[in-house]
Design a binder for this molecule. Structure first.
Ligand code: ATP
Ligand code: MG
Ligand code: MG
Ligand code: MG
Length: 568
């Protein structure tokens, strides 16, 4: 490809609204262009990289025995109602009302395709002889993400590889799951991503076991814990807690309990204003109404995973939770507020945190317009403890060995689930076993965000000058830069190289633009082609060109006729 014949709109400045390196670099290198929040055009270079990631995924899926098909983005809402996922997905599900002559068709833009593929299998598979099978596709997915951000890391429309396995037994499911898990490792290895597979929650997809493939990165929106000693790794939402540390005895006498009038105050902000202290010094209090009996949950952490754990623990005890909207209505504050105003009877506080911390904390009193200061849990409230209620933290003991856990942010690039029979039962996907018994098909599902492969790679592999592509994903493997295109000899040598690379099937782009060499070098580093070959008049006089790998500091001089062999 000649630079002048393609379309590479690089940018000098950091585009407005781009906060993280991958987003900035993808925009600046002319890989993508924003159409609206959460929707991007892939420009020619970005598309080439995307297609390469897609090809790697496809090759490994095929090698693992999965069979490709393509399902439509549009599907009838009725299918989603049969599994209850119209509700489970909530606002994330994009509904479309199609107008056809004099009737309306309620449809959905697929956020994933379990319903559609299970319905397909329900209609065409009926015997154990047709199983097992794993079907996959690479297709756009639509999610009305509450907060699309970070460029193509989180968009409303994205490209996903989604695979679905269908088996007759749990052992079969385990084999299919294993095969996908291994294929995922090969895919992310080939994409040169430094990933960690972690134990994960299965979320609205539902199911029994799941792993996420995580790329540790400062700007990752997930949090994972990892033990370098034994390899234990889990999403924070799921992480087990290591052996409990002995409680520190109180050093001083506990402070007396004080009642503080806080007329009209309910939210953390309001209370902190009343008490003239920082909001973060207030304990977050969540209130749940259990069996008509108010239950308060106090937590210190500020991570959503804490709340999820508490919810799960309460659910496991069959305690009915008030929905967050009710909590918000009662308290006039989003979940994570200070005052259980107006609740009757005594509170049961379910907590697991350092009791000492409660000393200076303010919490809701069981009374309107009042808060408590100097709360001492055991003394002032009933305390019921759940061993694993606290979130794992950095430096916590590992639950599996004597090592310690490291907590770090990460980007989820892939996810595998053992689904079981949730979808096959809801959509009547059954098979006759050898003894003519009708049984539900046992399913697994497996997703990879193709766009996120690129963003995660760039997020973790760049320097101050730009992207550093691995050969496997680079839009072009080699860029040839004639320093002075007006010089006939340079042009000739550049084209000679260009043809030689093409003959070897090496993807090459020739920067034939008549601009200053400095401009070219900046663009070339920004885009990050793995190999740069500079053809200069002086070197050429000796028959040499300058070759530099993007990840190396210094170029090397090389005879013109040796260059192609260096890459191939
Ligand atoms: P997240 O936790 O980041 O919201 P998810 O768990 O909802 O992702 P899955 O339903 O597991 O996502 O989908 C499979 C894969 O699709 C994810 O591992 C991720 O790589 C990709 N993906 C999910 N949502 C998006 C999005 N909004 N934009 C780009 N890729 C996405
Ligand atoms: Mg999501
Ligand atoms: Mg997730
Ligand atoms: Mg997921």
């Amino acid at each position: 490809m000649l630079w002048s014949k393609t379309f590479i709109p690089t940018l000098k400045e950091i585009p407005e609204g781009a906060e993280i390196p991958s987003h900035v670099l993808m925009l600046r290198a002319g890989l993508i262009n924003q159409v609206m929040a959460g929707a991007y055009t892939y420009l020619p270079l970005g598309l080439r990289a995307l297609r390469k990631a897609e090809r790697i995924v496809r090759e490994e899926m095929d090698a693992a025995g999965a069979v490709e098909l393509l399902m439509p983005s549009l599907s009838p809402l009725s299918l989603w109602e049969r599994t209850g996922r119209d509700k489970a997905f909530g606002d994330v599900l994009i509904r479309v009302e199609l107008k056809r002559q004099n009737r309306k068709v309620n449809s959905v833009l697929g956020p994933t395709h379990e319903e559609i593929v299970t319905d397909l299998v329900a209609h065409h598979i009926s015997s154990y002889r047709q199983l097992p099978i794993t079907l996959y596709q690479i297709s756009p997915k639509f999610r009305n993400e509450e907060r699309p951000r970070f460029g193509v890391l989180r968009t409303s429309e994205f490209l996903m590889k989604d695979a679905y396995s269908f088996d007759t037994s749990l052992e079969g499911l385990n084999r299919s799951y294993e095969a996908m898990y291994r294929a995922y490792c090969r895919i992310f290895d080939r994409c040169c991503l430094a990933y960690i597979p972690v134990e994960a929650e299965s979320g609205p997809i539902g199911g029994e076991a799941s792993h996420e493939f995580m790329v540790p990165a400062n700007n990752g929106e997930d949090k994972i814990v990892h033990c370098a000693a034994c390899g234990y790794a889990a999403n924070l939402e799921r992480a087990e807690i290591g052996p409990r540390r002995p409680e520190q005895p109180a050093v001083t006498e506990p402070a007396p309990l004080e009642r503080v009038p806080t007329p009209g105050a309910s939210s953390i902000d309001q209370v902190s204003r009343f008490l003239n202290c920082r909001p973060e010094d207030l304990i977050k209090t969540l209130i749940y109404l259990a069996d008509g009996q108010p239950v308060a949950v106090l937590i210190r952490g500020d991570h959503e995973a804490n709340e999820n754990k508490i919810r799960r623990a309460l659910r496991a005890k069959e305690i009915q939770l008030a929905d967050p909207a009710t909590i918000e209505r009662v308290t006039g504050a989003p979940v994570g507020f200070a005052g259980p105003v107006g609740l009757k009877e005594k509170l049961t506080i379910i907590a697991d945190y350092d009791i000492q911390f409660m000393r200076n904390a303010i919490t809701g009193a069981n009374e309107a317009d009042t808060h408590l200061k100097g709360v001492n849990l055991g003394r002032d409230f009933n305390v019921e403890r759940f061993a694993d209620l606290r979130c794992a933290q950095d430096n916590d003991p590992c639950p599996r060995c004597s090592g310690i856990l490291r907590l770090r942010p990460a980007i989820e690039v892939g996810h595998v689930f053992k689904l079981g029979t949730k979808y096959s039962e809801a959509l009547s996907a059954r098979f006759l076993d050898p003894s003519e018994q009708l049984k539900p098909i046992i399913m697994g599902c497996y997703g990879i965000g193709i766009n996120r492969i690129l963003a995660a790679l760039i997020e973790t592999t760049h320097d101050e000058n730009g992207i550093i592509w691995p050969v496997a994903l680079a839009p072009y493997e080699v860029v040839i830069v004639p320093v002075n295109v007006a010089d006939e000899k340079s042009r000739e040598a550049a084209f000679q190289l260009y043809n030689a690379f093409q003959k070897e099937n090496i993807e090459v782009i020739l920067d034939d633009r008549d601009v200053r060499a400095g401009v070219k070098f900046k663009d070339v580093d920004l885009i990050g082609f793995p190999m740069r070959v500079v053809v200069g008049e002086r070197g050429l006089a000796q028959g040499n060109v300058e070759v530099k790998w993007r990840w190396e500091k210094a170029p090397q001089l090389m005879p013109l006729d040796k260059v192609v062999a260096e890459v191939s």
